[in-house]
Design a protein around this ligand. Sequence first.
Ligand code: UDP
Ligand code: MG
Length: 320
Amino acid sequence: MNPSPLISVIIPMYNEEPVIAETYRRLTDVLRRTGHRHELLFVNDGSADRSPDVVRELARQDESVKLIDFSRNFGHQVAVTAGMDYAAGDAIVIIDADLQDPPELIPDMLGKWREGYEVVYARRVKRSGESLFKKASAALFYRILRASSDISIPVDTGDFRLIDRKVCDEMNRLGERNPFVRGLVSWTGFRQTSIEYERDERLAGETKYPLGKMIKLCLDGLTSFSHKPLKLAGYAGTLMSAVGFLYMLYVIGMALFTDSTMRGWASTTCLMLIFDGFTLIMLGVIGEYIGRIYDEVKGRPLYIVRDTFNLRRTPYPPAD
Ligand code: UDP
Ligand code: MG
């Protein structure tokens, strides 16, 4: 291993002005004590507040602070991906800007890394200061994902983790349009281990993950790592047609052998509503996949950088 490794820390931020200075202070404190060189890569995901200006001010005084400034909001997972494209470190840490993931865990992660693990993820054993809905929906999501995905994605684990340079290089080759970073890291299959922690409250401000973004993240996770929703739609469709066929035999029997076939407006309407509803749901499932195929086929860049600060390294893929 490199005798004096460089540690990169990726900090995606979206309207995090009230917390950045404190995040910088806590991270720098911890990293200085490790004795390693470090860089702090703040990725500004189109904040409407002064977040990037605060980072620029810090970067003027401390050249380990670097800024990647997006032209607009591209989403948290994309911001993390951009951070990985630019990170120069031998080990790369991904952490939220709001100090919900304690920087004080980084030395433990580095310890595991030195033992030879290439991915050290932090598992939340407790989350404080978050709504019951958030906790319940997150717990449910991680379990559905585990049950449906073809690879093993650790439960109750966000993106707070350390990855080795090798993992970062492999991640950079993927270039997925709707990346689900925590799943993709597992997918690369390197030696992985976990440490446990209690998730703190947000230092200040509101969550930047409203329901819509949470649903998008769930669907990205499910569709990128499993074809099961498609298969389930197929199985359920088969079952419903079988039931439909049996009912048809009954209806034909009634028509041929009795004279009570004029009744049944209610049952016909019910069947139509159920079957049509079901068909639309199945179309929706297929639509989720097709939309993502469409995103891949268009081949647009994943993000657009307006500006960088203190960065010399060219991102992956190298510009020609
Ligand atoms: N974030 C981002 N872009 C977004 C939404 C969030 O870069 O579109 C960042 C945000 O600034 C924070 C991290 O992603 O550093 C996690 O977001 P947040 O803390 O709001 O999520 P929660 O902890 O509530 O799940
Ligand atoms: Mg948070």
